[in-house]
Design a protein around this ligand. Structure first.
Ligand code: GLY
Length: 396
């Protein structure tokens, strides 16, 4: 009888010890589900030179070439899966899909080089130290820096529509600065740092309204450096707050603070975060409508990509803030719980292999509306890994 009670006691203690990891089951379950889904995506693809971007209106897979601005996100997701699993099979897949992007290091025709190379080779270099990846990234940074105009003090975003804009800079361009800050550290070449720093300051001065919402596109005069126009391209209206634009800005300024420690960048990131989190049109599940000022709210499509980006940004920003740490952590957790629910997280074998449902690419022309997007998946995985790491380190 005594021996029997002892066994029960051991069983109770054992179960108590087991209960802590179970609190995080939703994280592990969601990441495992994402792993299954990525394996399904890889198995559907015929070659490593076509990159899944979204789903076409007819339901088929929308594949793009290496020169598309989104090409780096699929290899980036494969690198995150390698980071999660440490299984060499994922490293092999990540390397195979990254390889086709190497030529883009010489592409001087777009600012998106940061997205394309830093999400793919950047993660690859971080995880493996591969010196070939380092060289590709540095050459890519030189290509990106070649688009800097010292009069405007910014990097040119787009080369097309020259009859509409002289020197367009979009809020999304903040994201590409991370490659330049990395290149400055890695090479010791201060000019990369200066370009990124100046671009961030110029954007801070001209892209933001008094309430810290942002315009999408600012066009500059290349002779005087003055602002010509402030408008939108992918948002609802020039004066509206396009959800992903707010997310690009928030994500950008939090790493600008990390890289420079300039308190103005922290203030900027926090002001953008508070605008976003306190907006009356942010739905209860914290996955925003595609534009905070979309006219048909609440019957407007959501943008899971913005939620994933913001969750990832808030988790990092919580390390820098002096005042809002808990608020950011709780909001990020709520966003990730929503994205990890069946409403957004796709069942493996469905959704053309994409991890998340319900993102919106370019609503005004009805393109990629309420569809999966490869960058939603990428930033979701990034945020989930960040969240998991924080959980392991703290009592979040
Ligand atoms: N222009 C990139 C985006 O759709 O956010």
């Amino acid at each position: 009888m005594k021996q029997y009670s002892l066994s029960i006691l051991v069983l109770i203690i054992f179960s108590a010890c087991q209960s802590k990891p179970q609190q995080d089951d939703w994280v592990t379950n969601s990441l495992n589900q994402a792993r299954e889904q990525l394996a399904y995506a890889v198995q559907m693809l015929d070659d490593t030179l076509s990159y899944p971007r979204s789903v076409n209106p007819d339901g088929s897979l929308h594949l793009v070439e290496a020169s598309d601005w989104t090409s780096g996100f699929f290899p980036g997701s494969l690198w995150y899966m390698y980071e999660y699993t440490r299984d060499p099979k994922w490293e092999d897949q990540a390397r195979r899909w990254s390889a086709g992007l190497a030529e883009q290091q010489h592409n001087r025709g777009t600012h998106d080089i940061g997205f394309m190379l830093y999400c793919s080779f950047g993660n690859g270099y971080r995880l493996t130290g591969d010196q070939e990846y380092r060289a590709i990234l540095l050459e890519g940074a030189r290509s990106l820096a070649s688009r800097y105009n010292p009069r405007v003090k910014a990097i040119r975003s787009w080369d097309w529509a020259r009859n509409r804009w002289s020197f367009p800079v979009i809020i999304d361009n903040m994201m590409n600065l991370e490659l330049l800050f990395w290149a400055a550290r890695e090479s010791g070449d201060q000019s990369f740092y200066d370009i990124a720093y100046n671009h961030a300051l110029t954007t801070m001065n001209n892209h933001f309204r008094n309430d810290f919402s942002s315009f999408h596109v600012v066009d500059y005069d290349t002779i005087s450096g003055a602002v010509r126009k402030q408008e939108t391209f992918q948002g609802h209206a020039d004066e509206s707050a396009w959800a992903r634009g707010q997310a690009w800005g928030l994500y950008g300024y939090k790493f600008c603070f990390r890289e420079t420690r300039d308190p103005r960048f922290l203030e900027q990131a926090e002001a953008i975060a508070l605008y976003y989190l306190n907006h009356p049109n942010l739905p209860e599940d914290k996955v925003p409508y595609w534009d905070f000022d979309a006219p048909g709210i609440p019957d407007e499509p959501r943008d899971a990509s913005a939620a994933a980006l913001v969750a990832s940004a808030l988790l990092e920003l919580s390390d820098y803030t002096n005042t809002h740490r808990e608020e950011y952590l709780q909001a990020a957790e709520a966003m990730l719980k929503s994205l990890s629910s069946p409403a957004y997280l796709a069942t493996p074998g469905s959704n053309q292999g994409f991890i998340l449902k319900h993102s919106t690419g370019y609503k005004p022309v009805n393109s990629e509306v309420d569809k999966p997007l490869n960058y939603a998946d990428y930033y979701y995985l990034e945020a989930m890994l960040r969240y998991r790491e924080k959980k392991e380190q703290t009592s979040l």
